[in-house]
Write a protein that binds this ligand. Structure first.
Ligand code: PLP
Ligand code: COI
Length: 379
């Protein structure tokens, strides 16, 4: 993998100091094949022609940064990530802009979170400029794969994993950093329809001192059984409660949550505070800003299941929605729990939920001015 192919060239991009991004000559699928995928991409099933790859070796640092053909990896069967899940990932999107350019949304925030994740898993962090250069290089190379249909995007998946062949339990000495890209339509096949949720009382996602505030692979493996339980109970998604008292609402599946109190211009928003067991979502952060700018009070605090249930019953909690990069904003309709089921509002998407969704999508797709400097153009 260290050999530079004859038909590759060094790009003007640098991954880390002294390590240029080498661009290999990648076979591109014919336009008709690409168009067929872009017509109905789904989520996370199709991948573009290229991927970004860099290697880390203790003593050498980051080396061998390249854009290469999207292809299976060769890993030693004893590679540490396969055994001990020393592995993190990110998720962000590139959006086709009305002027024909392409932009990612707040990639600096993903780069910073990736560094925090690496540190938590005792991995050498990818320097933030290197993360941004890698994402830019891949989107630039595969910009033909950025879909232009309504609400379609190119979902980007940077990730880092320990590949040293060694079965001892300690931080590895060798890592891969990759970025792959997947043209995407709606994350939930039913689009923006409200989801039904199941409160997980048997399983927890994250505990104080654990890894809940970073995007490490193991968090998602540990969530699957609770998600299966939610489906068996007839729900779409699991809602996580705090690990200690099982009383406070934390997240929904892989998304943050917001509760709307009241209605109209005076409506207030509450979102669970970042106690260390929640993922600090970039969508969450963006929506806090957008809601405050629209004059809504937004409070980050603990929010209990009783407060949710009683608020829905007395009409003070009018809407609930989940948010994240993949699905943007998803209204929550029905809630199922051992202690009794309830429906938020009349079970249809609430007005503030839909207004904030439109406001965020308008910025991301370049339909309104980007007054926050959130879009990062790829040129
Ligand atoms: N919570 C969890 C557990 C997640 O995996 C994600 C998605 O990445 C989010 C929340 C939302 O984060 P973001 O808005 O940065 O995509
Ligand atoms: C999100 O972007 O909201 C996610 O949770 C990503 C998911 C596919 C892991």
């Amino acid at each position: 993998m260290t050999d530079t192919l004859a038909d590759s060239r060094t790009s003007s991009r640098t991954f880390v100091e002294g390590v240029p991004v080498v661009v290999e000559d990648v076979r591109r699928r014919p336009a008709a094949e690409r168009q067929a995928v872009l017509a109905d991409p789904g989520f996370g099933r199709h991948f573009t022609d290229s991927m970004f790859l860099a290697r880390y070796r203790a003593g050498e640092g980051w080396v061998d940064a390249r854009l290469t053909a999207y292809a299976p990896l060769q890993l030693d069967p004893s590679a540490a990530a396969l055994h001990y899940a020393q592995s993190i990932f990110e998720g962000l999107k590139a959006y086709a802009q009305p002027d024909g350019s392409v932009a990612t949304f707040r990639p600096e925030a993903n780069a910073a979170r990736f560094v925090r994740g690496a540190k938590r898993l005792a991995m050498p962090p990818v320097p933030e400029p290197g993360f941004l250069a890698a994402v830019d290089a891949l989107v630039d190379a595969d910009r033909d794969w950025v879909p232009t249909g309504p609400d379609q995007t190119l979902y980007l998946r940077p990730y880092q994993m320990a590949v040293e062949p060694f079965l001892g339990v300690r931080p590895a000495n060798e890592y891969l950093f990759l970025v792959i890209a997947s043209p995407a339509g709606a994350y939930f096949p039913r689009g923006v329809q409200p989801v039904s949720v199941y409160l997980s009382e048997d399983y927890i996602r994250a505990a104080p001192g654990g890894t809940g505030e970073v995007k490490c692979a193991g968090n998602y493996a540990a969530s699957l059984l609770a998600q299966e339980q939610a489906i068996a109970a007839g729900c779409d998604q699991v809602v996580w409660l705090d690990a200690v008292e099982k009383r406070y609402v934390e997240e929904m599946g892989g998304m943050n949550l917001f509760f709307v109190l009241g209605s109209g211009a005076d409506a207030e928003l509450v979102t669970p505070e970042l106690t260390g067991t929640l993922l600090p979502g970039i969508t969450r952060d963006s929506l806090i800003t957008l809601a405050r700018e629209r004059g809504h009070r937004v409070t980050e605090r603990r929010f209990s299941v009783e407060e949710w249930r009683e608020g829905v019953a007395d009409g003070s909690v009018t809407e609930t929605f989940a948010c994240g990069t993949a699905a943007v904003i998803t209204p929550v309709g029905e809630v199922k729990a051992r202690t009794g089921d309830f429906t938020v509002g009349d079970g249809t998407p609430g007005p503030l939920t839909m207004q904030l969704r439109e406001a965020l999508l308008d910025i991301q797709h370049g339909r309104v001015a980007d007054t926050h400097g959130w879009l990062h153009r790829i040129g």
